[in-house]
Every structure is written in structure tokens, then in C-alpha cells.
Write a protein that binds this ligand. Structure first.
Ligand SMILES: Nc1ncnc2c1ncn2[C@@H]1O[C@H](COP(=O)(O)OP(=O)(O)OP(=O)(O)O)[C@@H](O)[C@H]1O
Ligand SMILES: [Mg+2]
Length: 265
């Protein structure tokens, strides 16, 4: 569904993404992991239209979407959540959800005057959908709460909820589980699985929690230093020596003596 070809995103001298190529299969929940600073979020930012890449291509179902604006991608069903939640803090949880669907008829004054019944019907439909999402994510007890007062974990659920207000095809989740307790994390994992199975959403999930990745993702792509280091199942990733080294940050000097001998040093 998504193909990223030899993508580069440089900020001055920093090569945040440095020749990354990935494929995300339709219907998959693909994990994206890697040490801090590996370029994961930057890759999402390019795919989701926040940055125009230095070079390289992003394809969605074979169509070149490189450099499209986030709203254009949104219209194609490509959505993302942010590592730091982006809620409208003074609006309620329900209103945060209700403002996601684009082009609501009540947005112009003329519509409100001339087509009041149409506006009301559409608003009722969006409200119904918001209530379904609230139920799905077990946020009923905070539906009328200002989003700014939610806990960190609840804000992450709201981020996920925003992606459920439209018919998404592919959703990019950036550390949707960070700072979230186990119970909420399980709620999030269940929601992702259900959206995948019941609504056919494809997911790409950045997460540092390997248990979370293991419970959801196949395959897992490992990034380091701006490019893809390895791709495989969770078990393959866990036992891959290159991956272990990337995480431990051990240069050849810090490797055990036997490995140094093998490496000929
Ligand atoms: N807008 C920017 N300007 C300059 N440098 C940036 C910018 N965005 C990211 N970087 C740099 O690019 C590198 C990759 O950052 P990125 O946020 O993509 O990493 P990450 O894999 O998401 O890390 P983490 O797991 O910590 O979230 C880092 O060195 C970061 O400082
Ligand atoms: Mg990040």
C-alpha cells in the first residue's frame, strides 16, 4: 500500500532520514522501531506531508504522493497521530472528535441559514460517530471533559479516536503507547487490532515498548541512523545481531573479546 523509495530528509548537515526504503503491505500492522534519533518520526513526517523530502519518493497504492499536503493525504485516507498529542485543549473530548470530518455543511453562515435541516442531520450523524468512537475507546466517563484535562494516556486514546472519525485506509501511529499504563496500553492495542480486522485499516506503528510491538506487529522494520537496518518478524528482530548492536550502541571496541577476535581486530 505504501512504498518509500530511497528517501532522504536532511536538515542542514543532519541526515535525519538517509536513504530509507520501506514497503507497508495492505492489511498489515507494520512495526517501526529503532533507537532514539533513528529517523522514525521524520520518516512519518515526510510520508504524512509535514516535510517535503530532500530526495526520494513516497507511493500510495502506486500513486506518487511525495510532497502532497497533509489535507490532501487525509482526503486519500492517509492519517497520522503525533508523538506529542495534538488535542484542542479547551474543547471537550466529544468536540475534539466532532471537528475531524472535513467540509461540514454548518461551517458557512449561508449554509446555516439556508440549509438548516441538512446541517442538523449531518451534525447528528457526526455526533453519532463520535459517540461510537467514545464507546469503542472506553472514554465515556470523560466525553464532556476538556481535552486539556485528560491524562497522558487518555490523550493518546483521543489521538487514535480522531483517526476513527473518517474512513482511514492507512494510519501512522507515533508512539501512541508512550507514557501509557499497561491497562490503557492493552485498550489501545485492542482498538488497533479491531480497527485492522473489522474496518480493514492498515497500520504503521512506531513504538519503543517491545511487548506492545510483539503483540501487534508483523513485520517489524528496524531503522538506525536514517535508514532501514533490518526487517523481519519480532523474533527475528530480537535475535538479530545488527539490531542488538544498534540498540546497545556498542562500537566494535566495546564488543566482547570473542566477537572482536572474529571481526579480526
Ligand atoms: N526539524 C528538524 N530540524 C533539525 N533536525 C531534526 C528535525 N527533526 C528531526 N531532526 C533530527 O533528526 C534526527 C532523527 O530524529 P527523529 O525525531 O526522526 O528520530 P526518532 O527515531 O523519531 O527518535 P525518538 O525515538 O527519540 O522519537 C535527530 O537527530 C533529530 O534531532
Ligand atoms: Mg520519534
Amino acid at each position: 500500500m505504501i512504498r518509500v523509495e530511497d528517501l532522504h530528509m536532511h536538515f542542514g548537515g543532519i541526515r535525519a532520514v538517509d536513504g530509507a526504503s520501506i514497503d507497508i503491505a495492505e492489511g498489515s500492522i507494520t512495526g517501526l522501531i529503532g533507537p532514539n534519533g533513528a529517523g522514525k518520526t521524520t520518516l512519518f513526517n515526510v510520508i504524512a506531508g509535514r516535510y517535503k523530502p530532500t530526495s526520494g519518493k513516497v507511493l500510495l497504492d502506486g500513486e506518487d504522493i511525495t510532497g502532497l499536503e497533509p489535507y490532501e493525504l487525509f482526503a486519500k485516507g492517509l492519517l497520522r497521530t503525533f508523538q506529542i498529542a495534538h488535542e484542542f485543549s479547551t474543547l471537550t473530548v466529544r468536540d475534539n472528535l466532532m471537528m475531524v470530518p472535513p467540509e461540514q455543511p454548518g461551517e458557512t453562515l449561508l449554509d446555516v441559514w439556508l440549509r438548516a435541516s441538512k446541517v442538523r442531520a449531518r451534525e447528528a450523524e457526526i455526533r453519532r460517530r463520535a459517540d461510537e468512537v467514545i464507546d469503542f475507546l472506553q472514554l465515556g466517563h470523560v466525553a464532556e471533559e476538556r481535552a486539556g484535562n485528560l491524562s497522558g494516556g487518555q490523550k493518546k486514546l483521543l489521538e487514535l479516536g480522531r483517526t476513527m472519525m473518517v474512513d482511514a485506509k492507512i494510519v501512522f501511529l507515533d508512539e501512541v503507547g508512550a507514557g501509557v499504563n499497561r491497562t490503557l496500553l492493552n485498550t489501545i492495542a485492542d482498538a488497533i487490532l479491531r480497527l485492522n480486522k473489522e474496518r480493514g485499516y492498515t497500520f504503521c506503528v512506531i513504538e519503543h515498548d517491545m511487548d506492545f510491538i510483539a503483540s501487534l506487529c508483523d513485520p517489524v522494520i528496524v531503522m538506525a541512523e536514517g535508514h532501514v537496518l533490518f526487517e523481519g518478524t519480532v523474533d527475528e528482530v530480537k535475535t538479530n545481531e545488527q539490531v542488538i548492536e544498534a540498540y546497545l550502541g556498542t562500537g566494535i571496541k566495546n564488543r566482547p573479546a570473542r566477537k572482536q577476535a572474529e571481526a579480526g581486530s
